[in-house]
Design a protein around this ligand. Structure first.
Ligand code: RIB
Length: 298
């Protein structure tokens, strides 16, 4: 069983020709809403890819929560969420014609998830965490999982400096290039990965957008850099692509797939997610991922 603990947001999405610079106003034709939040997204991606998945997070007592619970349920995720007397998290996402985005998050109930609330971990193989809930909560959950022999995957997103000791409780760290630089400082990619690996995680993996992903793992003979390319796709909206990668990677690793195979599966899934709008609505099914892995139409 994969347990994802983290944020859930209702996403408010506006499409514009280009991303506004600070102080600039850009007009778009309208807006849409979709279920999102890095934690809930990763759980939905994992379940749609065919892996048994639970999601633990905090929602408000408002209509947005119902939209988020419906998406979890219809994707096959077991919903373990708490209801708190706070508004459900909301994210304000601006997407450019290029598919790039900027996101501002109003944390709401996500900020109310505390260190002592983690559900029992019996039957959990992998705990997946991100950084849209309080850092001390992330740290406490990672500690509790390590103490019970549960593998911990941390997606250190959005970028933040981490509390001392957190990375020692992480088995697999997943970051994008900007997040890697926040943790390691500048440098050559392999050198950056090695610097972060020295802080604890046996495996450090970086997603590289259209260039695929790369990883260093001390679990493998030779500890050489693994590189997995991404298929070429027409990017419509990259929102949730990183979450798709993390959710599918977690499911595949939890299901016993070797690292490189899990990276290939996650890369194909993330590429498919880029071809469609929204976070959770863009996430592919197991069948679509299998077709993509066999080189079929994305
Ligand atoms: O990673 C994408 C997600 O980031 C969005 O769904 C939004 O809710 C923010 O959390």
């Amino acid at each position: 069983m994969i347990l994802v603990a983290g944020s859930a947001n209702l996403d408010f999405i506006t499409r514009v020709s280009h991303l506004p610079r600070p102080g600039e106003t850009v007009l778009g034709p309208g807006f849409s809403t979709a279920p999102g939040g890095k934690g809930a997204n990763q759980a939905v991606a994992c379940a749609r890819a065919g892996f048994p998945t639970q999601f633990f997070g905090a929602l408000g007592d408002d209509p947005y929560a119902g939209v988020l619970r419906d998406s979890l349920r219809s994707s096959g995720v077991q919903d373990l969420c708490l209801t708190l007397p706070l508004p459900t998290g909301a994210a304000f996402i601006t997407v450019a014609e290029s598919g790039e985005n900027v996101i501002a998050v109003a944390s709401g109930a996500n900020a109310g998830l505390t260190s002592t609330q983690l559900p029992p971990l019996q039957g959990t193989d992998v705990l997946v965490l991100q950084l849209e809930i309080p850092l001390e909560t992330v740290q406490a959950y990672a500690r509790a999982a390590q103490a019970q022999g549960v593998r911990v995957i941390l997606n250190a997103a959005p970028a933040a400096s981490l509390p001392v000791g957190l990375l020692a409780d992480v088995d697999v760290l997943v970051v994008n290039e900007g997040e890697l630089e926040t943790l390691s400082g500048p440098g050559d990619l392999e050198e950056q990965l090695r610097r972060v690996q020295a802080q604890g995680p046996r495996t450090v993996l970086v997603t590289l957008g259209g260039e695929g992903s790369a990883a260093l793992s001390s679990d493998l003979d030779g500890a050489a850099l693994i590189r997995v390319p991404a298929p070429a796709v027409k990017v419509v909206d990259s929102t949730g692509a990183g979450d798709t990668y993390v959710g599918v990677l977690a499911g595949a690793l939890g299901g016993g797939e070797p690292l490189e195979g899990a990276m290939r599966r996650a890369t194909v899934a993330a590429s498919l997610a880029c071809t469609r709008e929204g976070a959770q609505p863009s996430m592919p099914s197991r069948e679509e991922i299998e077709r993509g892995l066999q080189g079929g139409a994305a």
